[in-house]
Design a protein around this ligand. Structure first.
Ligand code: AMP
Ligand code: GLY
Length: 426
């Protein structure tokens, strides 16, 4: 079987790596891929949102299954285009991907189907939005309706900050048409957790739990990033909470999507806040998290190709098998990320790092220039390792990180530390 992985980050390298392990898979392509994917397959120079070109390629090359990493192609309708041409693809349809593509749609769905979430109102007039903020007071949360690469949410501590955010999003249009509407919602307090399931629209299986580390610096300090590291399992969600999430969040939203005529197939990622009043949904994503996928896929023992194909064919496999071990992923980033950063810094030491037992290094923002591997993005590499427990996984991963070098390399040293504290009962 020939597989096409859409995307070129660390998540997609991890997907390609896992898919290539299947006995049934003969070749993996990445579009656009990255130098890590090029080591196990072939990269195709098509960008993830060039949906028709990707479908042309899949037809010409006889691709048996396409697996989509990022949200943008899903929201752009890649699944509809492939299915129209009779091509198998793993992911939600354009209409179902609106759960991530439009925060207004997502909130309306939650309200209609009784999924607990922050109180909210949707506005298409900046004046009315500002009026509402003045009436409600701060803290208050302002969200651009559409995709904004994770930057469209402002937790405003004052009314002035909220008004400024409305101005930037709706008037200055810093996120383009993603800011035609805003969602203004109540600020929630509590501990955040993610819950991911894989679903054929009817049934679902939870994925192994993982915890992301969004802030750029140790101790959750500094601005939010796409994610600086992850580990799995993440025992933040007790069994009781997990049942609550399944009953109050996952089942009603999947039923709602079916009733609206847009059954959700693929990976559904619920971003949660565990508040004093119970679990509330902050947002839905319609794909694997990055870097959560890198940690989760290191622990998957089932054949990922069979799992994805079963969803594409509308009949989910019965179970997923996981390794007992703990996995960890540390993101190596460019100096300045998530703000401005330089590219083109030479990278060394990956081979040495991978000599350490269980270590696998996934590429994200890298490229080959004049035969040398150099940095080409904010998040550059993802170093992963397994261990008996989080302590051993951390030892291995940080030993591996020390072998790798590029100018300005920055990473968090406290990935998984919350789990270590929990293990020690602190
Ligand atoms: P979202 O993209 O909607 O998940 O928002 C990004 C981040 O903003 C979340 O991971 C939370 O940390 C924070 N956030 C979003 N909505 C709220 C809310 N209603 N109250 C408090 N924090 C929020
Ligand atoms: N790591 C968070 C995300 O993928 O949205």
């Amino acid at each position: 079987m020939k597989i096409l992985v859409v995307g070129g980050g660390g998540r997609e390298h991890a997907l390609a790596w896992k898919l290539a392990q299947s006995d049934k898979v003969s070749k993996v392509y990445g579009a656009p891929g990255n130098p890590g994917i090029a080591q196990i397959g072939e990269c195709v120079g098509v960008s993830p949102t060039e949906v028709e070109k990707l479908a042309d390629f899949a037809q010409k090359e006889g691709i048996n299954l396409t697996v989509v990493g990022p949200e943008a192609p899903l929201v752009a309708g890649i699944v509809d285009e492939f299915e129209k041409r009779g091509l198998k693809i793993f992911g939600p349809s354009k209409a179902a991907a609106r759960l991530e593509g439009s925060k207004a749609f997502s909130k309306e769905m939650m309200k209609k189907y009784g999924v607990p979430t922050a109180d909210f109102k949707v506005f298409s007039s900046p004046e009315e939005a500002k009026e509402y903020v003045r009436k409600k007071g701060a803290p208050i949360v302002v969200k651009a309706d559409g995709l904004a690469a994770g930057k469209g949410v402002v937790i405003a501590q004052t009314v002035e900050e909220a008004i400024e955010a409305i101005e930037r999003i709706m008037v200055e249009k810093v996120f383009g048409s993603a800011g035609d509407r805003v969602v203004i919602e109540e600020c929630l307090f509590g501990e955040e957790a993610s819950y991911l399931v894989i679903t054929d629209g009817e049934r679902f299986i939870p994925l192994a739990t993982a915890q992301d580390h969004k802030a750029v610096f140790d101790g959750d300090k500094g601005p939010n990033t796409g994610g600086m590291g992850a580990y799995s399992p993440a025992p933040v969600l007790s069994e009781e909470l997990e049942r609550e999430v399944q009953e109050k969040v996952i089942k009603p939203i999947l039923r709602g999507m079916r009733e609206e005529g847009h059954p959700f197939r693929g990976v559904l990622y619920a971003g949660l806040m565990i508040t004093e009043d119970g679990v509330k949904v902050l947002e839905f994503n319609v794909r694997f998290g990055d870097p959560e996928a890198q940690a989760i896929l290191r622990r998957l023992d089932s054949d990922l190709f069979e799992v994805c194909m079963s969803v594409a064919e509308g009949k989910l496999v019965d179970e997923l098998k996981w390794k007992e071990e703990t996995s960890i992923c540390v993101v190596l980033a460019s100096k300045g990320y998530p703000g401005k950063y330089e590219k083109g810094k030479m990278i060394t030491g990956i081979e040495e790092a991978e000599k350490i037992p269980t270590v696998v290094v996934f590429h994200a923002g890298t490229k080959v220039e004049n035969g040398k591997l150099v940095t080409n993005g904010g998040r550059v590499l993802n170093v992963t390792a397994l261990g008996r427990d989080i302590v051993e996984a951390r030892e291995r991963v940080y030993k591996a990180v020390e072998k790798i070098h590029f100018e300005g390399m920055h990473y968090r040293r406290d990935i998984g530390l919350k789990a270590v504290k929990r293990l020690k009962g602190e």
